[in-house]
Write a protein that binds this ligand. Structure first.
Ligand SMILES: [Zn+2]
Ligand SMILES: [Zn+2]
Length: 368
């Protein structure tokens, strides 16, 4: 029997742009279908930075952190299975998806659950009636009933899989939403953060002919090369979009890439991508997480170039599963632990968020 503590420490966002506070919360009663986990590792994300600044407004206060890997301490009810049908038990290491209601228009009719009207998102906003321990920046987290779960194979380390919880499953979902890559398509990825890097390795393995990553800083572009990029363009060295376009056209037969993936989070990157993509090209936008950040662009390019522009947000457990399988099957070729560049304790959460903000790291993680 695992010892269940009475309380858990957790980082709390009380006010935007102010340091997180470390507070204690009572461990909730585990309802049937619910799971209490001990957090082993939680990734710090660009989204956490936006939440901290208030540019993705949330209901305060709350416990952030939406990228946790945890070990099961207690399962509520008689039996709980993971997404492959495996019966879960105490001591198993798991990851879990946001909870989609399954019954709203977007879940039931449109069959795009990530657009669910009643989504419960871990590490986003005050959880209301549920335990405040619904974010990963905590010693313990409560996985609510109804969450889809994946058991993490024991031969994969936390460092290898922590990126699945957000960036990698997002990249997998958008890769599927784009549709077939086609034979010998040239691909440009805008952005070399976690989403851009996982997209890089997906397209490298998924059939891209020439794969170009545009981003910064150099440490991220180095990893992009290790993960399959044929060429990288450092925006710090080439700050002028017109010069970048020249470089991209020179690498893509003068026509521009067939596929562009926007994973930068910078609104003006969309204008730039629409400019250098080839006629008839396909563009998938996955880095823009703000409902309000604006950029100007020329709408006529969409018509005159026959562009297909697609957006994709978040992911379901299906994409978690495929991301984990990808890591399992390709780890002999790519070192997925390279994603994690630094580890911090829960008490160092404010240092970790500053490190993420500065862009000097790829993914800092919290090890509570
Ligand atoms: Zn994230
Ligand atoms: Zn729904």
């Amino acid at each position: 029997m695992n010892m269940i503590p009475g309380y858990s420490k957790a980082a709390v966002l009380v006010e935007y742009n102010k340091p997180y506070e470390i507070r204690e919360f009572p461990i909730p009663e585990v309802q049937p279908g619910g799971i209490l986990v001990k957090v082993e590792m939680a990734g710090v994300c660009g989204t956490d930075v936006h939440q901290w600044k208030g540019s993705i407004p949330q209901k305060l206060p709350y416990v952030p952190g939406h990228e946790a890997v945890g070990r099961i301490l207690k399962i509520g009810g008689s039996q709980r299975k993971d997404c492959t049908g495996e019966v879960l038990k105490e001591g198993d290491r798991i990851m879990w998806a946001h909870v989609f209601c399954g019954h709203c228009y977007y879940c039931a009719v449109n069959q795009q659950p990530t657009l669910c009207d009643n989504k419960f998102s871990y590490g986003f906003s005050n959880p209301g009636a549920y335990s405040p321990l619904s974010g990963g920046f905590a010693e313990y987290e409560y996985v609510i009933p109804g969450a889809d779960i994946i058991k993490v194979p024991e031969d994969l380390s936390n460092e290898e899989v922590v990126g699945v919880c957000c960036a990698f499953r997002t990249a997998v979902a958008s890769f599927e939403r784009l549709g077939p890559v086609g034979v010998q398509s040239n691909v440009v990825i805008q952005g070399a953060g976690p989403v851009g890097l996982y997209s890089t390795v997906l397209y490298a393995e998924g059939g891209a002919a020439r794969l170009i990553v545009v981003g910064a800083p150099a440490i991220r572009l180095e990893l992009a090369k290790k993960w399959g990029a044929d060429h990288v363009i450092n925006i710090e060295e080439i700050p002028d979009p017109a010069k970048r376009k020249e470089a991209i056209l020179a690498l893509t037969n003068g026509r521009g890439p067939d596929i562009v993936v926007e994973a930068s989070g910078v609104p003006s990157a969309v204008r730039e991508g629409m400019d250098f993509i080839r006629k008839g090209g396909r563009y998938v936008i996955i880095g823009q997480s703000s409902f309000t950040a604006e950029a100007t662009f020329v709408p006529g390019l969409i018509m005159l170039k026959h562009l297909q522009i697609t957006g994709s947000t978040s992911a379901t457990i299906s994409h978690f599963y495929k991301a984990v399988q990808f890591i399992k099957n390709k780890k002999h070729r790519y070192n997925f632990t390279n994603m994690v560049t630094n580890k911090y304790s829960l008490n160092q959460i404010n240092e970790a968020i500053s490190a993420m903000m500065s862009g000097k790291e790829i993914k800092p993680v919290i090890v509570p």
